[in-house]
Design a protein around this ligand. Sequence first.
Ligand SMILES: Cc1cc2nc3c(=O)[nH]c(=O)nc-3n(C[C@H](O)[C@H](O)[C@H](O)COP(=O)(O)OP(=O)(O)OC[C@H]3O[C@@H](n4cnc5c(N)ncnc54)[C@H](O)[C@@H]3O)c2cc1C
Length: 323
Amino acid sequence: MSGRLAFLRASEQEIAIKICWKNYHSPDSVEAAIELLNHYDGRAQVIGGGTDLLLEIQQGLRPPVEAMIDPARIAGLDRIILDDGHIVIGCTVTHSRIIEDERIIQHGTCLAESCGVIGGPQVRNVGTLAGNVAHALPAGDGTIGLLALDGEVEVADVSGSRWMPLQDAFLGPGKSAIDHHRALLTRLRFKPTGVLEGSAFFRVMRPQGVALPMIAMAARLQLDEQHHISSARISIGPAGPVPHLAEAAMEVLVHGPASREQFREASEAAVSGVSLRSSKYRATREYREEMIRSQLPDVLARASERAVNGSLAGLTEPQGAWQ
Ligand SMILES: Cc1cc2nc3c(=O)[nH]c(=O)nc-3n(C[C@H](O)[C@H](O)[C@H](O)COP(=O)(O)OP(=O)(O)OC[C@H]3O[C@@H](n4cnc5c(N)ncnc54)[C@H](O)[C@@H]3O)c2cc1C
């Protein structure tokens, strides 16, 4: 029995195993994982925590697979390390580990905040950032946080291993450039925020009922000595088929002052640059636009305050945590 199914009840675990796969492999190296994927020639799938994948198979949204390839036993992929000027997160690192990591809290604050709103403690204890990214949903919370940090992903397949910008990993809603049947997302990385840099994340949810985000947003700002903005990244989701980089808003900010007025102007540009849909599960287009207009200035102000003070002002605590 895989520990990764621990969040299911015993009867559910039996059903999952019956319907989701025939063979379950836990290779001990990336090379062995790629060899297995190659051997199954499209009939195997990589599994992380299984929090998305198993439900989708059970609900008939994806066909069962002949084999699951679980990287959990591959040495080194369960670590968060500093390497070559980056914070590097292995693909089997769970959201719970990310939100407890002091380096990420301090130097990738929007990622810690975004992983902290995912599900509840049970989901975060098994779900991974790699799975969140590989699933390629336009509203994956960890994905939105990592996109604002200008993250990258490392992909391994038969042709070798390479890093690619995070935004290149998304082809459409649920469509990843990383073929889960033939490639392994091995690691994720971003450059830690330094002096005069800060980041922040915020998600608007219905207070009760359907657990779909209305809109989520994250920002990373770098200021100069005069507190003008020297670089800015803003991500928003769901706002189109892939996680959205609000380039028009980013342009408004760069070289301008880190002021409320500038943040409001950038938020207007962000609204003009997205085409939001009305959804009975999320909210109307107008309401969601208004949420960007009203909340993005606050997110930018928090990122800016963190850049100026080096503090973690207004840190969003993980949701649903036990007291
Ligand atoms: C109750 C509940 C609440 C949730 N709440 C949220 C939420 O608030 N916000 C949110 O963003 N998500 C939420 N999720 C979705 C899910 O938990 C996250 O997206 C999680 O990060 C997925 O990670 P995982 O490791 O479980 O991925 P899995 O389910 O194992 O895999 C997801 C997809 O990624 C692929 N994959 C996984 N790892 C790799 C890899 N290393 N290389 C290549 N492909 C890979 C799989 O083949 C599959 O296609 C929720 C899920 C549940 C069940």
